[in-house]
Design a protein around this ligand. Structure first.
Ligand code: ADP
Ligand code: MG
Ligand code: ZN
Length: 509
């Protein structure tokens, strides 16, 4: 029999607020145990929670960016369970009335577009962390660090619309990119800022009744999500084929073996005895607030990609790479913004451009002139140099305006693209403008035909054998001559001029 997998994901997103969700303690990662706590997050009896407004704003952002409806009224609920990292004996979460509902994300897998429904997004607090270690004088023992208790989380729950591990990863990557773009999450999966519970079941192909699901908890990398889901699909199919039954349970993924294993039987909602938290009033959100948040949203990756293709004429691939992070997209846009200001210097080309684009102004033309070269430089040299130096784009020593100056020098023909790379390397380690570097190092491109002709004559005279070969039809040696001339000019000869003159002279014209 053939089987179809059904997958729904619950994603926990740790919010990047300075303080916790119900108290003023810091959320900074890595502080010494229990140094960022107060009576509220320690769960002292009688201490009262006060909702952090920033958390609500972040939840609204996430909801709007994932096409959800923002609830005008939502309610915090207590989820009761006992565990030593949860001093109150309950977690404050949302249950019946979450802040966001009925959203979706569109993904693409192997060229196929697909919509994944988002059931709900709710706000909740995180628990503390148990630390098991050897404590001097006490031997092997366990402690609890409550710094993480009460840090704000969003839980984003998808509909069971996902049908393969690849679709699950595409959905997760898209969601990850969005929350990072929104500036609400640092996206650090290793530190657990973005982690996923994968619900997986299988059913016979063609069936409309879903099978029993298992839930694999807290998987914290895209690769592990793929492995965990694939393992789980395989395991469930084998189990059913052998006449067994999948039991609803919570499982753990072991990154060392790539396998999942049973952790505990699945709790039902009633096990948690949810009820509205009497210490927190229902949360009422005005339309005005939602509208304000909507206005403050950054342009999201998908919209950016579409604009890069239609307005800037970039390829799908370029648009994808440049929008991968908000920092990269902004670096590119700032470069282009600055570069197009210098379009004034290209009046001839502008007049030419206006013939086919009569309504274009100088800035439109500038954008057209530099869109592709700026893209190539950001994706090429800039990315290469950043990778080599282990730097993020925010730390790039060559700023967008400086890069724009360099692009203008290439466009003007002052330097060749090849020399520009030398200039770029120099800019990387000094604060000088590209003009200053070009001048100082004497890198100005030679377009003077007289000077280039002279070099060509010398090279031809010294290589008469190859000249003969060319003339009897071995056109391959043309490349050899280009190389020789460029080398003799120390890379400064204008390649277009070299090609043209060389062709003439070799043909004996
Ligand atoms: P719980 O907290 O009990 O896990 P939630 O409603 O928070 O319940 O999440 C359930 C998740 O499981 C959702 O992402 C949903 O899409 C998914 N799901 C529900 N039924 C199935 C199924 N039969 N197979 C796979 N996933 C499922
Ligand atoms: Mg769950
Ligand atoms: Zn606190």
């Amino acid at each position: 029999m053939n089987y179809q997998a059904v997958i729904g994901l619950e994603v926990h997103v740790q919010l990047k607020t300075d303080t916790k969700i119900f108290c003023g303690c810091s959320t900074r990662f890595g502080a010494s145990p229990n140094s960022q706590t107060c009576p509220v997050c320690l769960g002292m009896p009688g201490a009262l929670p006060v909702l952090n407004k920033k958390v609500v704003e972040f939840a609204i952002r996430a909801g709007l960016a994932t096409n959800c409806r923002i609830a005008p009224r939502s309610v915090f609920a207590r989820k009761n369970y006992f565990y030593p990292d949860l001093p109150k004996g309950y977690q404050i979460s949302q249950f019946e009335l979450p802040i966001c509902q009925n959203g979706h994300l569109d993904i693409e897998v192997e060229g196929e577009a697909k919509r994944i429904g988002i059931t709900r997004i709710h706000m909740e607090e995180d628990a503390g962390k148990l630390v098991h270690s050897d404590i001097p004088g006490l031997g092997s023992s366990s402690g609890v660090d409550l710094n993480r208790a009460c840090t704000p989380l969003l839980e984003i729950v998808s509909e069971p619309d996902i049908r393969s591990a690849d679709e699950a990863v595409a959905y997760l990557k898209k969601l990850h990119q969005i929350v990072v773009y929104l500036g609400i999450c640092d996206g650090n999966m290793e530190e657990g800022s973005f982690r996923c519970d994968a619900n997986v079941s299988v059913m016979p192909v063609g069936s409309t009744t879903f099978g029993t699901r298992t839930e694999t908890k807290n998987v914290n990398s895209f690769r592990f999500v793929k492995q965990a889901i694939e393992y789980e699909i395989e395991r469930q199919i084998e189990l059913i084929e052998e006449g067994g039954k999948v039991v609803q349970e919570t499982r753990l993924f072991d990154p060392n073996t790539g396998e999942t294993r049973s952790m505990r039987g699945k709790e039902e909602a009633h096990d948690y005895r949810y009820f509205p938290d009497p210490d927190l009033v229902p949360l009422v959100i005005s339309n005005d607030w939602v509208a304000d948040v909507a206005l403050s949203l950054p342009e999201l990756p998908e919209a950016r990609r579409t604009r890069y293709r239609s307005e800037l004429g970039l390829s799908d691939y370029d648009a994808e790479v440049l929008t991968a992070t908000r920092e990269m997209a902004e670096f590119y846009e700032q470069t282009l913004e600055k570069a197009k200001q210098v379009a004034v210097g290209f009046n001839n080309k502008f007049q030419e451009y206006k013939k086919s684009n009569p309504s274009a102004n100088l800035l439109d033309f500038g954008q057209h002139l530099f869109a592709k070269s700026a893209a190539n430089w950001v994706m090429g040299e800039v990315t290469r140099a950043l990778n080599e130096a282990g730097k993020s784009i925010a730390e790039c020593p060559v700023t967008p305006p400086r890069l724009a100056e360099l692009l203008a020098l290439i466009e003007k023909g002052t330097i060749s693209g090849k020399i520009a790379k030398t200039v770029f390397d120099e800019m990387w380690s000094s604060d000088k403008t590209p003009e200053a570097i070009v001048e100082e190092k004497g890198l100005v491109q030679v377009s003077d035909t007289g000077a280039i002709e002279k070099i060509i004559d010398e090279i031809m005279a010294a290589n008469m054998g190859q000249v003969e070969e060319f003339r009897v039809g071995k056109e391959k040696v043309f490349g050899f001559f280009v190389g020789q001339v460029m080398r003799a000019s120390k890379g400064k000869a204008n390649p277009a001029v070299v090609n043209e003159l060389l062709m003439k002279k070799l043909k004996g014209e």
